[in-house]
Design a protein around this ligand. Structure first.
Ligand code: OAD
Length: 243
């Protein structure tokens, strides 16, 4: 792929970069996306599996679905797109990754300055005591799993109708309002509040770069759109930048 010179210059000299990722960045690692042809929301109803109401009415069903997804994630490895985003953290003096993904693959690739804004599929929260911890058993021995206090454990992820963690959202908003380059990778850009981030970046003066297989609402406001697979485009782009 040919890259515009102004894009290469922009990314080569930028001091502060925020990267926002969605499930498309993990697609080439074998983790299903939510929308699109093979998306999870084509086969399952979010209302039955990813809402607090669904968990109250059938915690075992919700946990079976999460246990199945944890099994997929357990086998997945970071792909070249994750590797480049990890290298970006080492390259840019001021860097922040905001991911909507709960699969933990960015951390496996080496990112540390990151906000997992929708939580992490390996973390659980006691519904009574509200404390969180990692639970790596897969498959789970008992479904639904319980806390030592006897109450249910739930996945520590953000479900539809729930607020995003205040601290993560503040870190993300501050980073976005102060960055020179805002790069989105593999997100449909339709789930709020993350869907509002590209506009926030643009109105704060950042250049918006979007990498996606298909056109999305971000395409219309992006200064640069690179269409194709993240695992192919990002390594090529990174080679061009680092010379
Ligand atoms: P989506 O499934 O909505 O969008 C995935 C995007 O990735 C689409 O725009 C695809 O075109 C693109 N894509 C797929 N494969 C790609 C590849 N190899 N390279 C580049 N792009 C690719 O996933 P998200 O945007 O992450 O929230 O969805 C946002 C939120 O909706 C998720 O965090 C989840 C979901 O419901 C909750 O569960 C709260």
């Amino acid at each position: 792929m040919e890259f515009r010179e102004d894009l290469i210059d922009l990314l080569r000299v930028a001091g502060s970069v925020v990267v926002v990722t969605g499930s498309g960045v993990s697609a080439e690692s074998g983790v299903p996306t939510f929308r699109g042809e093979d998306g999870l929301w084509r086969r399952y109803r979010a209302e039955d599996l990813a809402t607090p109401q669904a968990f109250s009415s059938d915690p075992a069903l919700v946990w079976e679905w999460y246990d199945w997804r944890r099994g997929i994630v357990a086998k997945a490895k970071p792909n070249p797109a994750h590797e480049v985003i990890a290298d970006m953290e080492r390259y840019y003096p001021d860097f922040l990754l905001v991911t909507q993904n709960v699969d933990g693959l960015h951390r496996k690739a080496g990112n540390e300055r990151m906000v997992e804004i929708h939580g992490n599929i390996w973390r659980v929260r006691c519904v009574a005591e509200l404390d969180e911890r990692f639970l790596y058993d897969n498959p789970l021995e008992v479904i639904p799993p319980k806390c030592e206090c006897g109450s249910l454990l739930r996945p520590a992820v953000v479900w539809f109708g729930e607020s995003l963690p205040f601290e993560g959202l503040t870190t993300a908003s501050e980073g976005i309002q102060n960055c020179e380059v805002f790069l989105t990778v593999g997100t449909s850009g339709v789930v709020y509040p993350v869907a509002s981030f590209p506009m926030l970046a643009k109105s704060s003066g950042a250049s918006v770069v979007d990498i996606n297989k298909d056109a999305t609402p971000i395409t219309s406001i992006a200064d640069h759109t690179l269409m194709g697979k993240a695992g192919e485009i990002l390594p090529e782009l990174w080679r061009a930048i680092k010379g």
